[in-house]
Write a protein that binds this ligand. Sequence first.
Ligand code: AMP
Length: 307
Amino acid sequence: MSLLVVGTVAFDAIETPFGKTDKIVGGAASYIALASSYFTNEINLVSVVGDDFPKDFMNTLKGQGVSLEGLQIKQGEKSFFWSGRYHNDMNSRDTLDTQLNVLAEFDPIVPESYKDCDFLMLGNLMPAVQQKVLSQLTKRPKLIVLDTMNFWMDIAMPELLETLKGIDVLTINDSEARQLSGEYSLVKAAQKILAMGPKVLVIKKGEHGALLFNKDEVFFAPALPLEDVFDPTGAGDSFAGGFIGYLAKTKDVSFENMKRAIIFGSAMASFTVEKFGTERLIGLSDEDVSKRVQEFVDLVQFDISLV
Ligand code: AMP
């Protein structure tokens, strides 16, 4: 099942209580593509970088089976740059700088061979660009998942609301769910957001796990308690990559299967936070992933008798 991934491929500079990086490779689509590559091997990327972006990383993506035909490289321009500082709890962060650079004029072109994708992951990007990708597809994918963030809610809310009408699953974090809905209670927020278009909502709560809602049901996946969390950047995108990658692998988009998919998403996120940037998502074995998922199963499995 082919998976089309759209989002930023970028440079990040990160500060956490444990250290600081110079410009390193990041971007929502980088994390999504790497995380999903452990589940499905037909991954197509639509994004844009400047001529400052390292060829090494492009080769890494190719090595993980990601097609880069839809990655535009703009000569004489600079790649998207984001910089953030995490608070002591590592669960919240401040954006220090966002430089759109090549993203400011980005006109996504979906290559012909990508247009009949079965699964579409619209990673964090301006909502108008996400919509432009949707409008180029020749058939409606089996599943459309969209991720976004407060930055786009602040500057492009009308376009975001329009884009939400055409998707199946929205993944956002708890503060973004509150911002989007105007509700403090996440249960009330979920009901309001589900009325905006998505049939399913995932609310990511960092080290406190993730909630999966549809109109009638709610399911919870924990985050793995890890000894060392170095850098939470990309955890949400790795989650999304594991989530949609697992759904594409199993070809089953039922709510029951999404419950399993958020465990796989959480497992991929747990790898990402163990090192700075994308490093931990490169070169994992199937056994590493299975072992990690088993840790999640062990974490929440218990027998209870109610009689
Ligand atoms: P996450 O930690 O999963 O929310 O994602 C972090 C990644 O999102 C970083 O690698 C950034 O390059 C990227 N990012 C940050 N701000 C934006 C933005 N406004 N639009 C798209 N991608 C962004």
